[in-house]
Design a binder for this molecule. Sequence first.
Ligand SMILES: [Zn+2]
Length: 211
Amino acid sequence: MTVLTDCHTHRLDAIGALIAVSPHDFDPQPGLRYAVGYHPWHGVEQLTDADYALLEDCARHRQVLAIGETGMDRLRGPSLDIQGRAFVAHLRLAAMLGKPVVVHCVRTAQDILAERRHAGLNGVVMIVHGMRGNRHVARTLLDAGCYLSYGHAFNASAVAITPLDRLLIETDDDDVGISEVAARVGAALGLSLERVTEIASTNLAYCLGAK
Ligand SMILES: [Zn+2]
């Protein structure tokens, strides 16, 4: 199996990456690996039972290694209440299938943790993707057991306190390639691009395999 280094992208042809896709666009290609979920920006207020049934079908596919992206965004999308309900539905599915969740978290660190706790789903592994929060936010998420995935732009003080066994890297929608991201994160940590790539790949394999 291809080594996965890039924890999160929306590019549908990305090799070596976990490709996040809506169930409605899920069309698995040989050799690629996916996360499926309904993004909080895109119509989660209208999701029907049929949409959730489709999500579950896709989530069971053997090339789907995680659920997401899902999550909560204080700056965009429907009310946090509605986003929270969709998020919890994704968490329940993740718990049932034993897969981690790729989480979109914009100024909602406390909210996503509260939703998980109130749902009694603290055992679900969360990968907080596109991590841009400061070290206080990082500390809160790390204390709750989350993995933190960094892209091309991040807060260096957060990277600095992220244990090397919880560190992931990603390209998301950006033009900046994964090597460049590894180089930038490496510069913040005093590590080489190669070392960060190795660490991130090992962590991603563990996180996806350990379920
Ligand atoms: Zn994304």
